[in-house]
Write a protein that binds this ligand. Structure first.
Ligand code: COA
Length: 386
């Protein structure tokens, strides 16, 4: 199915990290103001707001988020809607914004994503995140997300001969990229030896295989192509949008080493855009753990299933490689404020396509974003073009 093109006319981010001095609404207002200034629009131009947020209720005991942020940002009475799909909340918020504009229902919408995760202990964060898995069969029995992805990693190593060093190569690459991203949480290099030697979290995944616990917000402004012309000469267009669903529990999946939600979401997005994996120059993919980036690049078709390890180790996903993956530093090193991640991925790809990515700039005409909820129960893929 073809869709009407939707333009991204503004992007904004906060710094990602442990942001003790900023509240949840401060974060949204900062990212939102940056996006609105970037777009050159006024509050009165905004027809609707979509907000990705996973668990305000558990992280900061605040629900009714969309109304809160609209109010705090001075955007009332525009309709404001919160979207929740665990770590894919941001990606699905982008999708809802795209649908609203492509359908002709609205001309200009703001899509935000925000999460404030560091106000509670890491134990409580872990318990909150695992609510995105099957409570009865996974969480209740003591499973955590590092544990879920560790099972996938071990099986990937068993089935395809993926090595521990190949997993570590994902972290090494993403940390190197984050060093050049002023918004990233961790701006330092790591080596394969450091990844292997860091604290064990869930065998075989160590601390440096994991994305961190992060506060942060991201925001984009979407507009119809006609409306976009009023504000910018160089919009980036979203030309493909795919979403797919798979089993929420790992044990119900036919193969735990393959993300069928990713494959199906990518198939829909490629078809809509009339593109294939060979057309993509730059991609932001969901690397919540190093193994997750291998599943992502395999499911998106950048390499064959099972080949993600060698593909990464030989540098094919490094900046300027066959396809530049996670130039922002990815979830691993830029940080993973869960509800904001899917929106922040679009921000990075837009900056790359506009040629505004500073030191981490790559040569790119077509980009892709890939956002996953849980261990792969939800996936959202967007394709963006100059
Ligand atoms: N990568 C690199 N360094 C990290 C890190 C990470 N993922 N997480 C924490 N650190 C660093 C901290 O900056 C701190 O460094 P310092 O001592 O120099 O200040 C140190 O490690 C200890 O930090 P702390 O906050 O005490 O770590 P923790 O043990 O509470 O948490 C994890 C570490 C890995 C358990 C936590 O980051 C985690 O749960 N990550 C996964 C999040 C997740 O599941 N997201 C959803 C995916 S589906």
């Amino acid at each position: 199915m073809k869709m009407n093109k939707v333009a991204v006319i503004g992007v904004g981010l906060t710094k990602f990290g442990e942001l003790w001095d900023q509240s949840f609404s401060d974060l949204f207002v900062e990212a939102g103001a940056n996006a609105i200034v970037d777009a050159g629009i006024d509050g009165k131009d905004i027809d609707a707001i979509y907000l990705g947020n996973m668990s305000g209720g558990r992280f900061i005991e605040q629900e009714h988020m969309a109304s809160l942020i609209s109010d705090q940002a001075g955007l009332n009475p525009a309709p404001a809607t919160r979207i929740e799909a665990a770590c894919a909340s941001g990606g699905l918020a982008v999708r809802q914004g795209v649908i609203a504009v492509a359908s002709g229902m609205h001309d200009v919408v703001v899509v935000g994503g925000v999460e404030k995760m560091t106000d509670i202990t890491s134990e409580r964060v872990t318990q909150t995140l695992i609510t995105a898995a099957d409570q009865e069969w996974e969480a209740f029995l003591g499973m955590t997300f590092p544990g879920v992805y560790a099972l996938i990693a071990r099986r990937h190593m068993h089935e395809f001969g993926t090595t521990r060093e190949q997993l570590a190569a994902v972290s090494v690459k993403n940390h190197a990229n984050a060093k050049d991203n002023p918004h990233a949480q961790f701006r330092f290099d790591v080596t394969v030896e450091q990844v292997l030697g860091s604290t064990m979290v869930a065998d075989p995944l160590t601390l440096l295989d994991c994305s961190p616990i992060t506060d942060g917000a991201a925001c984009i402004v979407l507009a119809s192509p006609e409306k976009a012309k009023e504000f910018t000469d160089s919009p980036v267009y979203i030309t493909g949008a795919g979403q797919a669903t798979s089993t929420i529990a790992l044990h119900d999946r036919e193969r735990i080493t393959v993300s069928d939600a990713t494959i199906n979401a990518a198939k829909a997005a490629y078809k809509m855009a009339g593109k294939g994996p060979e057309d993509i120059d730059v991609a932001e993919v969901h690397d919540c753990f190093t193994i997750a980036e291998l599943l992502a690049i395999e499911g998106l078709g950048f390499c064959e299933i099972g080949e993600g390890g060698p593909f990464t180790e030989e540098g094919s996903t490094a900046r300027g490689g066959k396809i530049s993956v996670n130039t922002s530093g990815g979830l691993k090193a830029k940080g993973h404020p869960v509800g904001a991640t899917g929106v922040a991925q679009v921000v990075e790809v837009v900056l790359q396509l506009r040629g505004e990515a500073g030191k981490r700039q790559v040569d790119a005409d077509v980009g892709l974003t890939h956002n996953v909820g849980g261990s792969g129960g939800t996936a959202a893929v967007h394709i963006l073009e100059k």
